[in-house]
Unconditional design. Structure first.
Length: 497
């Protein structure tokens, strides 16, 4: 090997050092390209979300509870708090009613369905039950006009049918026999005197036919014939053979059953649908397959205090006397709330709290599905729809499925909802970062016992033991003031939701 072919050792080491240095520099430059953008964040680009505000937490069972602490417990039920949604789904309230905006995907997951508010004539079938009764306007009493005794009783069976003018019984009365003798004595007298004697017989209950017989025959019968004034049936109780009666006492009661009353019972909820003049169709248990018709003639102005029903009287024809008194009947009335068409919504739309009714209306022309709670005044229910008296307009769309989920979401967000017409009052009033509900005893600073508390001016102060409770009773106003300065509020009591 030639001497010139051998490289010096120092030169070889230098080349190695240069290569290592080049690799290091190249790696440093490459690292800078990837991480240089992380060194200092720049301003958000157009369209990017602004930095989020501090997260607030609430109780799913008591939405009025608010806290910035994710580890806090609900001071009312001790449940874990959940984040208050702040994803922009809820619309800005401003001064208007609360609204909830959802995505199309959220609406599909919640299975929210809507239905239009319609104006149409509604009809309902009101079932009623009752019994056949006598037409009281067709009942007549036959009374004794003078003192006497029953002789020759002919109508001796309860509900015995009788014809008009048929003899019911004979009645012996000394006063009546004397009056007929006076009529016989003036048969040949002047017409005026004869007519006066005849009129006296009529006032004593002696029929015109029997008075004419006395004038024509000159014979005085020992009994007065009692005839039925109308065709009908003899209503019990009956008089007995030989029974003594004084003037004014009842001999017989006759009822005409060619027409009857159907006495029906209507519940309070059915009263808005009923009015006089409505046609009624009814059936009787004892007459299967037959349908009868009548008309509502009268509705009692009072409610039965025990049954909580109102009697509805229906007048009906009774051909052949087939409808017998006290027969059970089932009736059906087809009624409308009025002549004009009414606004109606499906019965599944309103959320009823007992005090008010709330529906959720989908707002038109919104860029996203937006729902607004609306208090409405409901009229009577007509089958599967409610009549709306106030609060909605024709053509609006109301939620008929999924409204409970919408309402729950508003409650969680502390917005007015079904159970609270106003925004729930709670510790969120003022500075949300600093105000919180009481969790520890104001005396010993130990966890509270919810069975031990003292109420003062609508605020409930919880303590940890009975000893602290005595001190709280003495210093309630002072404790409330001290804790308010520290941003701690107490549970409110005695307020309607």
């Amino acid at each position: 090997m030639k001497p010139n072919d051998a490289k010096p050792t120092g030169w070889r080491n230098g080349r190695i050092a240069v290569g290592v240095l080049a690799i290091f520099v190249a790696g440093f430059l490459l690292r800078g390209c990837f991480v240089a953008g992380d060194a200092e964040p720049g301003p958000p680009a157009a369209g990017e979300d602004a930095p989020k505000t501090a997260q607030t937490y609430t109780c799913s069972m008591h939405p009025q509870v608010r806290s910035p602490d994710p580890n806090a417990k609900c001071p009312i039920c001790a449940m874990d708090l959940i984040p208050v949604p702040s994803d922009g789904d809820d619309a800005d309230e401003g001064d208007g009613p609360p609204q909830l905006r959802l995505t199309e995907n959220a609406v599909a997951r919640m299975d929210v369905r809507t239905h239009p508010v319609e104006r149409r004539t509604v009809e309902i079938e009101v079932p009623l039950f009752g019994k056949v009764g006598m037409d009281e306007s067709r009942v007549q009493d036959v009374v004794a006009r003078v003192d006497g005794y029953v002789e020759g009783l002919a109508a001796n069976t309860p509900w015995q049918p009788v014809a008009q003018g048929e003899t019911l019984a004979g009645f012996y009365s000394p006063a009546a026999v004397a009056a007929m003798g006076e009529l016989r004595a003036v048969r040949a007298a002047a017409p005026g005197l004869r007519d006066a004697a005849r009129a006296r017989l009529l006032r004593l209950g002696i029929g015109a036919e029997q008075a004419d017989e006395v004038l024509n025959s000159g014979e005085v019968p020992q009994t007065v014939r009692i005839a039925s004034p109308v065709a009908g049936a003899v209503v019990p109780p009956l008089v007995r053979e030989g029974q003594s009666l004084r003037e004014g006492e009842r001999l017989f009661r006759i009822v005409d059953l060619s027409k009857v009353w159907i006495n029906l019972e209507a519940y309070e909820r059915d009263l808005p649908w009923l009015r006089e003049g409505l046609p009624v169709r009814f059936t009787a248990t004892a007459l299967p397959g037959e349908t009868f018709e009548g008309v509502v003639a009268f509705i009692d102005p009072v409610v039965d205090a025990r049954a909580r029903t109102v009697r509805v009287r229906v007048e009906a024809e009774n051909p052949g006397g087939r409808l017998k008194p006290d027969l059970f009947v089932s009736a059906l009335v087809r009624a409308t709330p009025g002549a004009a068409a009414s606004l109606v919504i499906p019965a599944s739309a309103p959320l009823r709290t007992g005090k008010r009714a709330v529906v959720y209306v989908r707002m038109p022309d919104a860029d996203r599905p937006t729902f607004e709670p609306r208090s409405v005044v409901l009229g009577p229910r007509a089958g599967d729809v409610y009549v709306v008296e106030d609060g909605l307009a024709e053509g609006e769309w109301v939620v008929v499925n999924g409204q409970f989920k919408i309402d729950s979401e508003l409650q969680i967000r502390g917005r007015p909802s079904m159970m609270s017409a106003e925004r729930p009052e709670g510790p969120e009033a003022g500075d949300e970062e600093n105000i919180r509900l009481q969790t520890h005893c104001p005396i010993m600073n130990l966890p509270i016992d919810r069975a031990l508390y003292h109420d003062h001016e609508g605020q409930r102060i919880y303590v940890c033991c009975p000893g602290c409770l005595d001190e709280v009773r003495e210093r309630a106003a002072e404790i409330i003031s001290e804790h308010a300065a520290r941003g701690i509020v107490f549970e409110r009591v005695g307020e309607e939701p």
